[in-house]
Design a binder for this molecule. Structure first.
Ligand code: GDG
Length: 468
């Protein structure tokens, strides 16, 4: 255990610890740090249990303690499906047309955070460094402080931070933003997100922002941009060793010289899947010579399937994929291959490697790790090309991708064409530059930069200015 004390990570979903690298997501970023520092990982168990019967589950794995709580069926409905996924998620992605606000759901959100804090407060030790993840848990620090937690507590937002005009449409948004001020450090994915937060504090909270110090509600905290990354070399290895390399060879065999465009996204309206299908249809329309020679493989595992909005989105996407296939397919060629299943991570690596073009065109995305994984899985001698939405956080630094506006179907279709036609020297040049950028901001750097800034942040204190 290091001199810095324990790391306590808190996130909605916890684990896995064994095989974290193959599970992907947050686990990749956290497990190494937790292991190094004998850490605790706390959050929701992913299960429901009747209120009153929910207990704390504890297990140890590789020196890490996992502590999780169940949700009551009502809180699963109101907290998780309701306030988190039907209200905050669309809000954070600027989709206030889809945002549904219900007071009882907000109450459930507060209740779950209070209950989590009550349990976590008892597990904390002096000197622990607490790192809370994502929009499900914004009020957690405030609730911990109420229970006299004096540890340093940091928060990282994985989604975008919306502009003040959008955030202000959320009833009771003041209390949510005020809750952020119980943290000592808040991290955002990009400088733009950070700037929107500072702007909101100035315009809607009567606060101020100078350098990395933000003041409001009589409190002062540090805020910064800490772009998340991936484990570049490991992902590259996945594509070039079995079973990833086997999947690559198998896919190449199936393609028989055809060029594959690949998209990999949770089935979510923020990922731009409908417009991507449309853009691919436009590309086929404009380039009859490509007929029979290209395929769009869209991997879209079902996500949040308990929500009606996601179920109807899935139906729309089914129709859109069928429309493009109905229009262009021939007896010996189906242009869109569309899967609703999750594939093993190593298989994905092989499929990325076998694809001439990576298509990552979200309408809005905090960062987007798929864009990075696609680049990392390429063969440097013969790399594919990344087409990337300017509205993904990743576009802020993956500059050598072909950057598109996903609202512009023609532009996106033209980029698909340009990507497929791109000559080897240019592909190599772009890929080399992208790999340099990925390495400079990998997941280890994200973690160590955030934790170093948290260690240095002065404990959240009352500012000398009067509370508003
Ligand atoms: C949130 C933010 C931010 C996808 N399909 C399969 C599969 N995946 C993996 C990908 C990738 C991960 O899931 C998705 O990460 P993204 O970053 O693309 O998107 P979100 O899930 O929305 O993540 C996002 C991220 O948090 C991190 O801060 O970048 O902006 O929205 O790793 O490979 N993995 C497997 N099978 C699949 O079918 N195994």
């Amino acid at each position: 255990m290091s001199a810095r004390g324990r790391l306590v990570a808190v996130s909605n979903r916890v684990g896995p610890v064994r095989g974290a690298a193959t599970a992907g997501g947050l686990a990749v970023g956290l497990v190494d740090a937790l292991r190094e520092r004998g850490g605790l990982w706390f959050g929701w168990s992913g299960r429901t249990a009747p209120a009153g019967r929910a207990k704390l589950h504890r297990e140890r794995a590789e020196g890490i303690t996992l502590a999780t709580l169940d949700l009551s069926p009502q809180d699963f409905e109101n907290f998780y499906c309701g306030f988190c996924n039907n209200c905050l998620w669309p809000l954070m992605h600027f989709r206030i047309d889809l945002m549904r606000f219900e007071r009882r759901q907000l109450e459930s959100y507060r209740r779950v955070n209070a209950r989590f804090a009550q349990t976590l407060a008892r597990l904390l030790r002096a000197g622990d460094q607490v790192w809370v993840h994502d929009f499900h848990l914004i009020p957690l620090a405030e609730e911990l402080r109420r229970r006299r937690a004096r540890q340093r507590i940091g928060f990282f937002l994985h989604t975008p931070f919306p502009p003040t005009e959008i955030l202000s449409t959320l009833p009771e948004h003041e209390s949510l933003v005020r809750a952020l001020f119980a943290y000592d450090l808040i991290g955002f994915q990009t400088e733009q997100d950070l700037e929107r937060f500072r702007e909101h504090v100035r315009r809607a909270c009567g606060g101020s922002a100078r350098g990395d110090t933000v003041t409001a509600f009589g409190r002062e905290l540090r805020a910064g941009a800490f772009p998340i990354g991936i484990d570049v070399d490991q992902f590259h290895r996945y594509a070039f060793t079995a079973p990833g390399s086997r999947e690559f060879a198998r896919m190449r065999g199936v393609l028989r010289g055809r060029d594959q465009f690949i998209g990999v996204d949770r089935l979510d309206y923020s990922k731009g899947l409908l417009r991507r299908m449309d853009a691919f249809g436009r590309y086929l329309e404009a380039h009859p010579k490509a007929h029979g020679k290209v395929i769009l493989l869209q991997v879209a595992p079902v996500s949040r399937g308990d929500l009606a909005s996601y179920r109807s989105f899935r139906q729309e996407l089914d129709r859109e994929a069928a429309r493009v296939n109905g229009r262009f397919a021939r007896f010996d060629w189906t242009p869109v291959h569309y899967l609703n299943r999750a594939l093993p991570r190593r298989t994905l690596a092989g499929l990325y490697r076998a694809s001439r073009v990576g298509v990552v065109t979200p309408m809005r995305d905090g960062m987007n790790l798929v864009a990075m994984e696609y680049v990392a899985a390429q063969d440097p001698e013969d790399p594919g090309v990344l087409v990337l939405s300017r509205f993904a956080g990743a576009a802020q630094f993956l500059r050598e991708a072909l950057i598109v506006n996903p609202y512009d179907g023609e532009e996106t279709a033209a980029a698909l064409h340009a990507a497929r036609e791109m000559r080897l020297p240019e592909r190599r040049r772009r890929h080399e530059a992208l790999m340099r950028r990925l390495r400079a901001r990998d997941v280890a750097r994200w973690r160590s930069d955030f934790l170093a800034a948290l260690a240095e942040a002065p404990l959240a204190r009352r500012s000398t200015r009067k509370a508003k």
